[in-house]
Design a protein around this ligand. Sequence first.
Ligand code: B12
Ligand code: SF4
Length: 554
Amino acid sequence: MPQEKRIVLAASTSESTEYQRSTWRQMLLATLPQQYAKWMGTDWSTQVETNPDGSAKYVPNGLRVVEALLSRAFSPDDVAVCYPDQLEKFVGDETRVVGIHAHNPLGITFATDVYAGLYGRECEPINAYEFRRLIQHPAIQQRRPRLKVIVGGPGAWQIEHKNLMDEWGIDCIVHGEAEEVVTGLFEAALRGEEIPRRVECKSPKLESIPYGLSRSTFGIVEITRGCGRGCQFCSVALRSGKSIPLEHILENAKRQIEQGADTITLTTEDLFLYDQGPKFATNVPSLRRLFQSVADVAGVRHIMMTHGTMAPVVAHPEVVDELQLAVDKSVNQHADSTHPDHRYAMMFVGLETGSVRLFKQFMKGKSYPYRPEQWPDVVLKGMETMNRANWFPMCTFIIGLPGETDADMRESLDLLYSLKKAKWCVIPTLFVPLEDTRLESKEGAKIARLTDLQWEFFFTCWRYNIDFFRRQKSTQWKLNLGIPLYYYTIGHKLFGKAMKYPLGRLAHVPERFLRKNLYLDFSNGNVPRFTVPDFVEIPVERARPDIPGFSIIA
Ligand code: B12
Ligand code: SF4
């Protein structure tokens, strides 16, 4: 039977892989330089699996949404979803549209840019290499202009930003949530009509979001969409907030399991916004029901989470205990967890800065119902509460927010030092002015221009991560020796001396040799500037006795 389809949807391998069930590993694919990955002593597999007919077993959730919309509008027999290596099977003379998903196609977003940059400008992250392999695939390029190429997804803006549309033969780029435009756009393309070069989408009505989706990478099932806290650097800040009805969530979870997944990843900008009350009030009973219902779906072995914020954990410390299933069903294990199987719940949490000034300016909604001035307390209390319940978050900080000064960086370093004993992972990223954000016209931070303090922050984060996650003393020495080697061969040529002492800290050089040249001093039991508060009081004017968790703590 011919397998050629009128519509072919595709995603790159590095954005689809769920190798070792590790979201962390997939994130690294977006940051590691393709050129050097093979020498890094780890298997950075972009391995993916296909169904017997060659179609993709799993692809990013956004592409599954597009597939669901198109399969309803046309015959499901008209649509195939595949990886680049199977394009030859599905793209033929009858094919009229190829739709491609882009999560982070060039690696020019927060974390990714900086890490590939450490090896020099010409280095391409694995993600970018794999995306290029997809978009420039001969099966597509040889059939143009008879078929139209439409690219969408959260990272599609990067292609326009780098002026690559014509070079890559892309007819149309779709920005934003595409539920209400996909069908019309693909119909026009199938009829061979001209389609717009750029489509800007509005947030869809809840009823427009389809469900019953095919298997997505990591068994992703959306539980909310949008946020509303309004951080100025964030591309989803302005998406209107909505919770997906529980029946839809469970239907999607069942579909994932039926198609071979054993893990469900509950996807959201902020877990604690699920079925929220007024003013971001956390709905603990609803959250508990959600976890229990998903865990009860036959075949669900693991539940993973994506993003969350700290303030709700401080306002509702009981929430992490109530969600014990997040730990019991987690994929992740660490010796420091007190869980009988040493499991820990992992969630991405944006801390972004220790500077109250910058916090106030760019992200004051993040701490609600607390005031921006309380941010360090919120972070420390939230971390303590999470860790006590075996939640070890993966936190991000942004270096180089517009107008950041040395004083701001010192505040971030002080907060970092106060978190020295926390159980967590901390990822320093560089500010990137993402399109469709309020900071889109600002200048991004440049790795070549980092100050001494910014380098210190950067490598102190990684020192924490190494100490917490990579504990075999037998292999530590290799890394300790590799770091000076990197510095003297590549590092100092690209970035100068500013990174030398911070790199020394990463290489475990005794602090007595570093302290004259660094801000933080790890050597003599310095008392951190911030300590964990007993409680963090909700300001009187924000207290809402009518909303649980929003009253003032006596
Ligand atoms: C789950 C998730 C992950 C997971 C799984 C990713 C995967 N490959 O499946 C993990 C944790 C691994 C991950 C990793 C990364 N992620 Co991520 N991720 C998300 C998250 C939370 C949900 C994605 C999702 O399912 N959304 C719901 C779907 C329905 O929305 P959508 O994907 O945007 O799809 C819609 C439209 O874009 C469009 N669309 C999508 N595809 C297509 C295709 C066509 C043809 C068309 C027409 C339309 C279209 O229609 C869909 C329906 O509206 C989002 C935030 C968010 N809520 O979107 C961040 C997000 C997409 N990730 C982001 C980033 C930066 C990354 C990383 C680079 C992180 C890092 N710094 O290391 C890595 C890159 C990984 C990689 N290899 O590419 C950013 C993207 C920023 C940007 N605009 O460039 C986001 C927006 C988070 C943020 N706020 O910063 N991510
Ligand atoms: S809290 Fe997170 S998702 Fe919400 S606007 Fe801020 S950065 Fe974006």
